[in-house]
Design a protein around this ligand. Structure first.
Ligand code: F6R
Length: 259
């Protein structure tokens, strides 16, 4: 794992977008795993402004609320259409979001796993972190080997997402269909972006604490190619900053990202 700290949320999002752009330019048929949420909005703004060629790319989103139709303003499909897909040249048929309206959610989960396999697996998976420590919607006690499945959301997560539902946590759906921790760990490269003070405590536990199913983001420590990009606010509880900064400023792979 490498931890990169940038001065603010804008420069952290810029670095994340530049990494994604570099992978897409190097492999035009990139299989990209995507996340939703407020943190990613800045990343998608930047990707949309970069005039990249997404025509050969395929995408798989991490999750979707159960019982929210794709066309609903709160669906993650709608979020993706608005923040990225509608702004770049990717055909809708090449974009995938789990179907939270499927009559048989177990079958939908298996279909989603099969589609990822048939695409050859995910090259680069973009991740956020929830205040409950989730990646995707893998709430506490998600098995580290879990696959795409239905998951009940914690009160912390519903409160975190309440602002998208008029500030009312009770209106946030109680369940979601999400890639599992095991599904996420199979991506060839992981990129987690976290910004803001609300993420500082959980982020430090995920990166520097023990691996535990109570904090699914701690499973990223198992992955051989994982980058964690933070702003100062999200990084403030980390204890090994000097080392992380030294790596960023000295390792050749980061030479083009110093700004
Ligand atoms: C969303 C997802 C979640 C979010 C996380 C952070 O698809 O998978 O794990 O990335 O909840 O959300 P924000 O960025 O809104 O704080």
């Amino acid at each position: 794992m490498e931890v990169i700290v940038r001065p603010d949320a804008d420069s952290a999002a810029t670095l994340a977008a530049r990494l994604i752009a570099a992978r897409l330019r190097a492999k035009p048929d990139l299989v990209l795993g995507l996340a939703t949420g407020r943190t990613m909005e800045r990343v998608y703004d930047r990707l949309a402004a970069m005039a990249l060629d997404f025509s050969g790319c395929r995408s798989f989103n991490l999750d979707e609320y159960i019982g929210v139709p794709a066309e609903d303003e709160h669906s993650y499909r709608r979020y993706m259409d608005e923040h990225l897909f509608g702004r770049v040249n990717i055909a809708r048929a090449r974009t995938h979001v789990p179907d939270g309206m499927a009559a048989d959610l177990g079958a939908e989960a298996q279909r989603y796993e099969r589609l990822i396999r048939e695409a050859g697996g995910i090259d680069l998976q973009l991740l956020g972190i929830g205040e409950a420590g989730h990646i995707g919607f893998n709430e506490p006690l998600s098995a580290l080997m879990s696959r795409t499945r239905e998951k009940a959301l914690t009160a912390v997560t519903r409160q975190q997402n309440a602002s998208m539902f008029g500030g009312d946590a009770s209106r946030v759906p109680a369940r979601a269909l999400t890639m599992g921790v095991g599904t996420i760990l199979e991506a060839r490269e992981l990129l987690l972006l976290a910004t803001g003070p609300a993420k500082a405590a959980i982020l430090a536990k995920a990166v520097e604490g023990p691996i535990t199913a109570m904090i699914s983001a701690s499973a990223l420590q198992l992955h051989p190619h994982c980058k964690v990009v933070l702003d100062e606010a999200a990084a403030r509880a980390l204890t090994q900053r000097d080392y992380y900064d030294w790596v960023f400023h000295n390792e050749p792979e980061w030479a083009n990202y110093q700004e």
